[in-house]
Ligand binder design. Structure first.
Ligand code: ADP
Ligand code: MG
Length: 698
């Protein structure tokens, strides 16, 4: 048995391997690129490719692939063999610098939202040296960015890297103003906590809705759900423990720091959290984690459900995006410092985040918008669709004191002014925890809790990095020109607090009264669905900000809006079709069979003795007939709603019709079917019930 440290990163071409296999010169050049974003010396690529190939072949790899993240939200790979013919009739294993740096997959089968004209079917992939190559199966995977020949990003990694660059640039300007001359790079980091469900393969296979949609479209509430609170942090069942053990091994081999695992609130729900790393690597790792979870589950006769809302009435799954920014010198810029001066810097970065979240609430909401996540946000288990921030009592008191020029506890001077000798050291507030805030400060990082479990974390971090870069830019522009740095700094922090106080909310985010206050009093946005929020991606203020930091081009934004809305429409349409199908071909016939048999029983009883009342049978048969009529009627209405989509004209109109016509009809059909489930004999029901599925893993 290998120890964890022997196993960890054994399938990764990481720093240890680079150091051992590359010449000092090549290593130094590559390191320069990785650490400081310097352009890669082309001469270095051949040497790296050759070392990579030798290492991979020694580990049994036969193929390589440029691994990328197209706008489908999952990862893509096309495998090429290393082998090349040798003159003596045999083969040699080859891999050139050119093949490492650039690939040319056929881009025409990936969504491009009009970015890729048909004559320009090819796109190209470009090596991202900041994320280590790794071996998956027998394939060397090279993390890459994916672009069209016109240079537009067709993936999620490219804008993420651009957003990190924008943040780096603006944060460095601010740090220079605080007198830091040595810091070279500022990087954002993320630790995503991943929730998921595990069910048995038998249950999954027996449900067309799970197979086609990843969630159940029918199912009445089981007699026991999560009300006993006995699952959260409960003892892990042996079969689940075996899954987790193997999952950890697989993740560790890939250098993914899987650290925490526990049961979640709902039955059959679990969570995995890795140790945080840079946003780019964390995104790659999270994509890999989701893929490997599913693979490992299938080896255990299980299925891992990553859908945001697999079961109605049972908690859904999210992903908490723990985000911070730090320097290459190891300073966390969101950590309150030791000295008042460091705290002034901390407060400025804190304000930058406050301003960013308030100014770009819409972009943050958009970054987590999918048909699946719409079921979760605001469902009293996940944060609402309204974005607000939680800071905790101590920070709140500090901000209030600054805003009102009032004394802060522990400060003797009457006025709280930021400066070398005035702002006291304050402790980080780790004890005060708020679980209902969409965006909570947790001591030295922010936890953005609106992400859905299947979302790529790239989108949320692109928007966060970009929006904070914008705040920092505004600050740096003013502070660089200020005559008196300290008073300008003070004024700016005060102004930010005054202007953006509305986004700070320390109460219960699940409360209905909060939504009322947020929207009616504070004027915060409440985009309940993907159809509501997505078109605002193209609002002028958003386009201006994102293009000015070179995170997206206008065309890229247009294409993304279109792809995301198309995805929403397609997802719901597939669900609607699956529902209609299941209702017509499985549910209605089963209910009919039970009704007919019940009627037959009554007839048999009557034949035996005319005076037998048969009240039970009569009531059931009547009720079931009524329900099958209603089911048939609702199927018709749902299908008419779907047909009406043909007249939508464009995807924005279509998504609004999906929201207003199709989804409500799906709900009505479900209500009728779920009611039928509660009075149909279990042996007649055509697929496993919630109780069967949720308690299937033992
Ligand atoms: P919980 O939120 O469940 O109490 P933690 O706060 O310990 O758990 O950590 C949750 C996640 O946050 C982990 O992935 C952890 O690595 C990550 N994390 C911790 N510190 C930071 C940080 N400074 N920046 C980004 N992520 C962090
Ligand atoms: Mg957490």
């Amino acid at each position: 048995m290998k120890t964890v440290s022997e196993m960890f990163g054994s399938m990764v071409f990481d720093d240890r391997i680079m150091k051992a296999t590359l010449s000092a010169k090549v290593y130094a050049s590559l390191k320069h690129t990785i650490d400081e974003g310097a352009e890669l010396d082309p001469g270095v690529a051949n040497a790296v490719a050759s070392a990579m190939k030798d290492w991979a072949v020694a580990k049994g790899a036969t193929h390589f692939t440029h691994w990328f993240q197209p706008l489908t939200g999952i990862t893509a790979e096309k495998h090429d063999g290393f082998l090349a013919p040798s003159p003596d009739g045999g083969v040699i294993m080859e891999f050139s610098g050119k093949e490492l740096i650039k690939g040319e997959p056929d881009a025409s089968s990936f969504p491009s939202g009009g970015l890729r004209a048909t004559f320009e079917a090819r796109g190209y992939t470009a090596w991202d040296p900041t994320s280590y190559a790794f071996i998956k199966g027998k394939t060397l995977c090279i993390p890459t960015a994916f672009c069209s020949y016109g240079g537009h990003a067709l993936d999620k990694k490219t804008p993420l890297l651009r957003s990190m660059e924008a943040l780096n640039k603006q944060a460095l300007r601010v740090l220079r103003l605080f007198g830091n001359k040595t810091v070279k790079r500022v990087v954002s980091s993320v630790g995503p906590e991943q929730e998921y469900f595990l069910i048995t393969k038998e249950m999954y296979d027996a449900r067309p809705d799970l197979r086609f949609c990843g969630r159940t479209l029918f199912g009445s509430k089981p007699p026991k759900g999560q009300e006993m609170d006995d699952h959260y942090f409960g003892a892990i069942k042996p079969r689940v423990a075996a899954f987790m053990e193997e999952l950890n091994d697989e993740l560790w081999k890939l250098g993914i720091m899987a650290k925490t695992e526990h049961n979640e609130v709902a039955p059959a729900q679990h969570e995995l959290a890795p140790i945080y790393t840079t946003t780019n690597v964390a995104t790659d790792h999270n994509q890999l984690t989701m893929e490997i979870m599913q693979k490992v589950a299938s080896r255990h006769g299980l299925v891992c459900l990553l859908h945001e809302k697999p079961f109605a009435g049972v908690n859904g799954s999210g992903k908490h995006n723990n985000w911070s920014i730090g320097t290459d010198e190891g300073q966390n810029l969101l950590s309150p410092g030791e000295t008042p001066y460091e705290n002034a810097q901390f407060l400025l970065f804190l304000c930058a985040v406050i301003k960013a979240v308030d100014d770009y609430q819409d972009l943050l909401r958009i970054s987590v918008a999918t048909a699946g996540n719409d079921h979760r946000l605001g469902a009293n288990e996940a944060p609402p669709a309204v974005i607000s921030m939680f800071l905790g009592d101590e920070l709140n008191a500090v901000l209030e004191a600054i805003e009102n020029d009032a004394p802060y506890k522990g400060v003797e001077k009457t006025q709280m002014k930021l400066g070398v000798d005035v702002l006291p050291k304050f402790n980080r507030d780790t004890t005060d925890r708020n679980r209902t805030s969409p965006f909570a400060f947790t001591g030295n990082k922010f936890e953005f809790r609106m992400l859905g479990s299947s979302n790529s974390i790239a989108c949320a971090n692109i928007m966060l990095n970009a929006a904070v870069a914008e705040s920092l830019k505004v600050y740096a522009d003013i502070l660089e020109g200020a005559e008196d740095f300290e008073s300008a700094l003070h004024d700016m922090i005060k102004k930010t607090i005054k202007e953006h106080r509305r986004i700070i909310f320390n109460g219960n985010g699940y409360d209905d009264s909060w939504i009322k206050e947020a929207t009616e009093v504070r004027g915060l946005l409440n985009y309940r669905t993907t159809a509501d929020c997505m078109p605002h991606l193209l609002d002028k203020k958003n386009v201006d900000m994102l293009t000015s930091h070179k995170v997206f081009t206008v065309e890229e934004l247009q294409s993304r809006c279109e792809i995301m809305l198309e995805n929403y429409c397609k997802t719901v349409t597939i669900e609607a079709n699956t529902m209609a199908d299941m209702a017509k071909t499985l549910i209605a016939p089963a209910v009919e069979r039970f009704a007919a048999d019940t009627a037959k029983n009554a007839a048999a009883k009557k034949a035996f003795d005319q005076s037998v009342p048969c009240g039970y049978e009569t009531r059931i048969v009547k009720k079931l007939s009524e329900l099958t009529d209603r089911i048939a009627e609702k199927v018709d209405e749902l299908q008419s709603a779907e047909i009406s989509l043909r007249d939508a004209g464009d995807v924005i109109a279509e998504s609004a019709m999906i929201r207003d016509k199709v989804l409500p009809k799906m709900c009505e059909l479900r209500v009728a079917c779920d009611e039928a489930e509660t009075i149909t004999a279990k042996s007649y029901w055509p697929f496993p019930t919630y109780a069967d599925i949720l308690f299937s893993v033992r």
